[in-house]
Design a protein around this ligand. Structure first.
Ligand code: A2H
Length: 256
């Protein structure tokens, strides 16, 4: 972790139906899923792109905690992230980060979700091997129009469903344009992945470059194509979408 604090927006993604494996773990821990709302909390730097969500990524290599956030409300994040939240007045008891139960990422894959603002429906939790355990919440919401990592991971999932132990149908194939850019069109991520000839989610060096280029172009030369701030510059729309999501209770600001 660097010297400068990083501000993320924590997006609350409701899990509407857990995968069978996960349901078993909840039952074993006497956790009543019918009586509580459980959200995956995804850390993002691009709240204005949330219209384009197509799935939510977790890592099969990460163990997540299910933590009480308020009465009847639980968050799924890494222990590290919830610990940080507990010192930022985002949880019921300062410094309390005891999980109600733990779930391996692999057991959550296939769960049905309902992400805020998403234009697509019937979305699922899918695996992403490149998620880092020591950044954000360990949960990444997938926006394949604007994130090169999300685009390449989604493409790999469609091409190798057996390898990833998923159903091909769980991957949303349609990419909805969210931001119009000057240099890279309205599917920035796909454009840059092709331009830089990125083959796999493991091409970390080129992906970092694509991420940098798409982030800058989207922020400084992007225009919203959808939503309440359609037609506005991304630079202007971004803080407004963030504020709206925080006000509606769909998101919160989280620092690390
Ligand atoms: B961003 P930074 Cl549309 N491991 O959100 C790997 N990646 C992670 C992560 C983790 N533990 N936690 C968050 N991230 C991703 C949206 C998005 C993002 C778009 C475009 C670019 C982009 C949708 N995914 O990120 O290392 C999250 O993906 C590129 C800047 O803290 C988060 O924002 O700079 C971003 O990486 C945080 O990256």
């Amino acid at each position: 972790e660097g010297v400068n604090p990083q501000e993320y927006v924590g997006i609350k993604i409701e899990v509407t139906e857990f995968a069978a494996e996960a349901q078993k773990v909840f039952a074993e821990n006497n956790f009543d899923l019918a009586a509580n709302k459980v959200y995956l909390v995804a850390a993002t730097l691009r709240p204005e792109t949330m219209y384009g969500q197509t799935c939510c990524f977790v890592s099969p290599k990460i163990t997540y905690g299910v933590f009480k956030a308020s009465e009847g409300v639980y968050y799924i994040t890494t222990k590290r992230a919830f610990k940080n939240m507990s010192f930022q007045k985002l949880t019921p008891v300062r410094g309390d980060y005891t999980a109600a139960l733990e779930l391996n990422g692999a057991t959550i894959v296939g769960s049905k979700i309902s992400p805020p603002l998403a234009l697509a429906s019937d979305l699922r939790v899918l695996p992403m091997d490149s998620i880092l355990a020591n950044k954000g919440t360990g949960v990444v919401t997938c926006v394949p129009s604007d994130s090169p990592d999300d685009f390449v991971t989604s493409r790999d999932l469609v091409n190798k469903p057996e390898y990833y132990k998923i159903e091909k149908e769980w991957v949303q194939s349609e990419i909805i344009p969210i931001v119009q850019t000057t240099k890279y069109g309205n599917k920035c991520a796909e454009f840059l992945v092709n331009e830089l000839k990125i083959q796999s989610p493991k091409d970390a060096v080129q992906l970092a470059q694509a991420k940098e280029l798409s982030y800058k172009e989207g922020f400084y030369n992007g225009t919203m194509l959808v939503g309440k701030y359609k037609g506005e510059a991304v630079e202007a729309a971004k803080p407004k979408v963030k504020a709206d999501m925080v006000a509606s209770g769909d998101a919160f600001v989280y620092n690390e």
